[in-house]
Design a protein around this ligand. Structure first.
Ligand code: SIN
Length: 297
């Protein structure tokens, strides 16, 4: 089966056509999909119809899976699936995390070995007046790195950054519009329960499969660049966050039910908009690909 790639005008977010992910997918077709994923960092499949078992089986073709750090949002029957949803279940409890990822980030930066990437499948998408809501934005961190002056790239190559959970909680409390709702409070508490120790990551990561250098950033989370003067560090963090999300590096995904989008945590950062409320429902299933290349990769 030969796949077709339909390019967007952005560096990422290209659509892969001609494959039914419910499978079976032959080895040659899978190799083309994996190559597109590595090259572009975010790829899109439309019009899919996947059971949880089929999504998990497709995800496992890429290697072992990670489970989302907040176990309470993992599916009760398929714990490899992290449920992102604003739906309240029959028991009165949210069926998933309602406010996931509403800031520029890479998934699970609050672990020492963040995953290779994620695969998000849309079961229900909020629509108002014929327009989908709840878009997700993706920014190419490889393009953003390449666009920096050579002397700055060289300096950043050797720089490590402190990612602060405490700063993240404060940032969420200030910026997340769901923070005062029971679901927002619950996810804030679940995050707080993970502890508040700092995590150190290199600000530039070399992609373990393509060798491409990429910026590694999370909005509102980095407290300092180690070894940099404080004022210079603050200014550089603010600059890099702005620079990496400049429009020329960004793809905006407008969801339809049946879309499956997969992104690479090294090659891009992403942000969910969360511009919808019940009774408009959003229901997504995410699988997470483990990083088998090590912490610094
Ligand atoms: C995420 O995984 O960060 C959430 C993305 C989304 O819900 O659009």
């Amino acid at each position: 089966m030969a796949i077709e790639i339909v390019h967007t005008s952005a560096p990422l977010g290209h659509e892969v056509r001609g494959v039914d992910l419910a499978g079976p997918i032959d080895g040659a077709t899978f190799a083309e999909i994996e190559s597109a994923y590595d090259r572009f960092g975010t790829i899109v499949f439309r019009d899919q119809s996947l059971t949880p078992d089929q999504q998990i089986a497709f995800s496992r073709r890429f290697g072992p899976l990670d489970r989302y750090v907040l176990d309470r949002y993992n599916h009760r029957t398929w714990p490899d699936i992290f449920v992102i949803s604003n739906i309240i279940g029959d028991d009165g409890e949210p069926i998933g995390m309602s406010d996931a990822g509403r800031y520029w980030h890479t998934d699970m930066w609050l672990t020492h070995t963040p995953p290779r990437g994620s695969i998000l499948y849309a079961l229900e998408v909020p629509v108002q007046n014929g327009e989908p809501l709840g878009d997700t934005y993706f920014a190419s961190t490889g393009e953003a790195y390449d666009a920096l002056p050579a002397d700055l790239r060289a300096r950043l190559d050797d720089t490590q950054a402190v990612f602060s959970k405490r700063k993240y909680f404060e940032f969420r409390a200030r910026t997340n519009k769901d923070i005062d709702k029971p679901s927002g409070q619950a996810s804030q508490q679940a995050l707080a329960d993970l502890g508040d120790e700092d995590i150190v990551h290199s600000i530039v990561r070399r992609h373990p499969r393509t060798g491409r250098k990429c910026l590694y950033l999370c909005e509102g989370v980095i407290s300092r660049l180690i070894g940099w003067d404080e004022a210079e560090s603050d200014a550089m963090i603010a600059f890099l966050e702005r620079h990496a999300t400049s429009p020329q590096f960004v793809y905006r995904h407008r969801w339809r039910a049946g879309d499956l989008v997969m992104w690479d945590n090294c090659a891009c950062i992403h942000r969910a908009t969360g511009d919808f409320e019940l009774p408009l429902r959003r229901h997504m299933h995410r699988t997470t690909l483990a990083n088998t290349a090590g912490a610094a990769a």
